[in-house]
Design a protein around this ligand. Structure first.
Ligand SMILES: Cc1ncc(COP(=O)(O)O)c(C=O)c1O
Length: 365
């Protein structure tokens, strides 16, 4: 692995997202060695191995390899929900806010959203939103839950709440999909076995290209029937791939080498939050996994100005709202980077924006 590039003192500390990681040398070697075939003919043994492995890890019958988390969510939910059906999810969920309206545009699915005071699912809220068959209102067909919840700050929905949601879904005949782009983080942070999450949902999607560091790919799991339907929908979306084993090999490598190490990312996010707590923009107990959100409401900074001021010093974060900045720890963020991030943000937050910082904001627009 090119450790110099990853951790050298001069390198940019890129904490915008865990999607920015580059494949390690070991991963690239695994990709080069991959046994491949035409996956549309069902002849790529590496893809099949990945699909079977992820399905097994989550306690489901079958899996499907897809190019992205977006497509994995969409084919899963479209397999669960008929045209004209309705999905409930959080207002800031990737499924409804960042997939270019795909549920409506491709699936004919309408979406109704909730917000909760703590960013976690609240089963009473969801119970009150469900419209059952036979009513005049749109019929609710499924609920989508993001685990971990990205924009609220990588928060982890506790297992008892998910279990209560599962009971509600069973008693009302509603399907459940988990957008588990970062389900791995919830598993490592809480010690909850993956099948304990898996059995609560009809379908789950998990990403290989976020915390696990693969360049591409997600896997959707469910019953054999649902996965066959999702495979058909993947074909419709143009997402079927040929010698995709080179990509699946990266995913298999990531499962072997990059799941357990997520605890390093969590420890670094905790450390970052603890060291910035005195600035009043973050509460360490609100950091559950690898995401730290700085809430600037009590400061003179806007998110765009703070992000631009930090970027000028080689530290990258992302503005996720006018007064909220997200910092994400991942495979390519070292201890050294975290110390620099702490130093720079403590300094900026301690002094407030200068005239130069305000100018930077204007040129960053
Ligand atoms: C929670 C969540 N779900 C789904 C996705 C979509 O993944 P992709 O970018 O692979 O489509 C993302 C992307 O960041 C995400 O954060």
């Amino acid at each position: 692995m090119s450790t110099a590039k990853r951790s050298g003192p001069g390198t940019v500390a890129d904490l915008r997202s865990d999607t920015v990681t580059k494949p390690t040398r070991g991963m690239r070697a695994a990709m080069a060695r991959a046994d491949v075939g035409d996956d549309v003919y069902g002849e790529d043994r590496t893809v099949r191995a990945l699909e079977e492995r992820v399905a097994g890890m989550l306690g489901h019958e079958a899996g499907l390899f897809l190019p992205s988390g977006t497509m994995a969510n969409q084919v899963a939910v479209q397999a669960l929900v008929p045209r004209g059906g309705e999905v409930l999810c959080a207002a800031d969920a990737h499924f409804v806010s960042y997939e270019a309206g795909a549920a409506a545009a491709h699936g004919g699915i309408s979406t109704r959203t909730w917000t909760t005071h703590d960013g976690l699912i609240d089963v009473d809220t969801i119970t009150g939103m469900i419209h059952l068959a036979g009513s005049f209102a749109n019929q609710t067909s499924a609920v989508v839950v993001e685990q971990t919840a990205n924009l609220p700050g990588g928060l982890i929905h506790p297992l008892p709440r998910l279990t209560a949601l599962h009971q509600l879904a069973t008693s009302t005949g509603i399907a459940l999909h988990c957008d588990g782009a970062r389900l791995w983080h919830a598993h490592i942070a809480t010690g909850t076995p993956l099948p304990a999450y898996g059995r609560l949902f009809d379908t789950l999607s998990v990403c290989l290209s976020k915390g696990l560091g693969a360049p591409v790919g997600s896997v959707m799991v469910g019953s054999s029937w649902l996965v066959a339907e999702a495979r058909r929908l993947r074909q419709r979306a143009g997402g079927a791939m040929r010698q995709a084993g080179v990509l699946a090999a990266a995913g298999l490598y990531a499962l072997d080498h990059h799941v357990g190490r997520l605890s390093d990312d969590h420890r670094r996010a905790q450390h970052l939050a603890a060291e910035l707590a005195h600035t009043g923009v973050v509460e360490p107990d609100q950091v559950h996994s690898n995401i730290v959100v700085l809430d600037l409401h009590e400061t003179r900074w806007t998110a765009a100005t703070l992000v631009a001021a930090a970027a000028a010093q080689g530290v990258l974060g992302v503005a996720i709202a006018p007064r909220r900045v997200r910092l994400v720890t991942h495979l390519d963020v070292t201890e050294h980077h975290v110390e620099r991030v702490i130093h720079i943000f403590a300094d900026l937050l301690g002094r407030g924006p200068s005239q130069d910082d305000r100018g930077r904001r204007r040129s960053a627009r």
